[in-house]
Design a binder for this molecule. Structure first.
Ligand code: AMP
Length: 297
């Protein structure tokens, strides 16, 4: 695996593969790699000839200075993990390489970004995400870029961005990877104390509670959200939001008549976590195909 730090080095490293018509896959990450990231790299490895993993803690998408400062950084460990999972080129640029002096352009996806994560974290969050993803796609020019269903709203924003700007790349989503006890893997989990780690199980417990109500035939969003809310507060966690939304638009749903996403966010101490599950109305082939397709590490 080669480690490159500039856009020129990245393009030079990819030039022979591009000339040969090889398929290039990109997995954007902010590092502190875990099994969730590695599953995306493995997915890219199985679908592409050359895999680029980017490692960049993007300051412009952080709405809290403390979150940016405390974000775990461990490049050596990440490099070994990325190589082991099938990365060919690790792109680890500096902040100055991505945002050189005079940088003045941003990409803003409107509509889907004004609710839930967008409302909680402010417009700058998704503007930062959209801008850096647009830049990483232009820098790498991959055939396919891979993102996790764990960040479901981000995935919708990126699909919108790629469609609206006619970017010549296919976006593929990978299922959420969970620890054995159900907690979705996240780089921020490393910041939880043992007690907080136990309380964080309130998030998957809330999703499970809603899934159980769906399996019992419940279709009212209000009832499903109440079940999720109750499971969370029973574990001593107050949600920041819990919502049932259309998976493509993130518009709120009143009734579970079609596949819908249950999305939620909560703060465990200082650490903000998000999770989601796809709910299918009872009677459709699988009560929860996304959870069924999820990977337990
Ligand atoms: P991050 O480093 O948190 O920006 O995440 C980089 C990519 O990994 C994003 O596409 C995330 O959606 C994805 N990701 C994060 N956590 C998980 C997980 N538990 N399972 C699958 N993908 C994940």
């Amino acid at each position: 695996m080669r480690i490159v730090r500039t856009v020129d080095e990245l393009r030079a490293a990819l030039a022979p593969a591009r000339r040969a018509g090889s398929r290039i896959g990109l997995v954007p990450t902010m590092g502190a790699l875990h099994e969730g990231h590695l599953s995306l790299i493995a997915l890219a490895h199985s679908g592409c000839d050359v895999v680029v993993t980017s490692l960049f803690v993007n300051p412009s998408q952080f709405n809290e200075q403390a979150d940016l400062e405390h974000y775990p950084r461990q490049e050596q460990r990440d490099a070994a993990l990325a190589a082991g999972a099938g990365t060919d080129v690790l792109f680890a640029p500096s902040v100055e390489e991505v945002y050189p002096p005079g940088f003045a352009t941003s990409v803003e996806v409107v509509g889907v970004t004004d609710r839930l994560e967008g409302a909680a974290r402010g417009a700058e969050h998704f503007r930062g995400v959209a801008t850096v993803v647009a830049k990483l796609l232009c820098m790498t020019m991959p055939d396919v870029a891979y993102f996790g269903q764990k960040d479901a709203q981000q995935l919708v924003v990126i699909r919108r961005l790629v469609a609206d700007l006619n970017l010549p790349v296919r976006i593929e989503a990978g299922p959420t990877v969970r620890d054995g006890d159900g907690l979705a893997m996240s780089s921020r989990n490393a910041l939880l104390s043992a007690q907080e780690r136990a309380r964080a199980l309130a998030l998957p417990a809330a999703l499970d509670a809603a899934c159980a109500r769906v399996a019992a035939g419940e279709r009212s969003a209000e009832a499903l959200l109440e079940a999720a809310h109750e499971a969370m507060t029973r574990s001593g966690v107050e949600p920041e939001y819990i919502a049932l939304v259309d998976p493509d638009t993130f518009q709120q749903r009143e009734t579970l008549t079609r596949a819908s996403l249950l999305v939620l966010a909560a703060r465990i101490g200082e650490v903000r976590l998000i999770d989601n599950a796809l709910l299918m109305p009872a009677g459709t082939p699988s009560a929860n195909p996304q959870l069924a397709g999820e990977v337990v590490a």
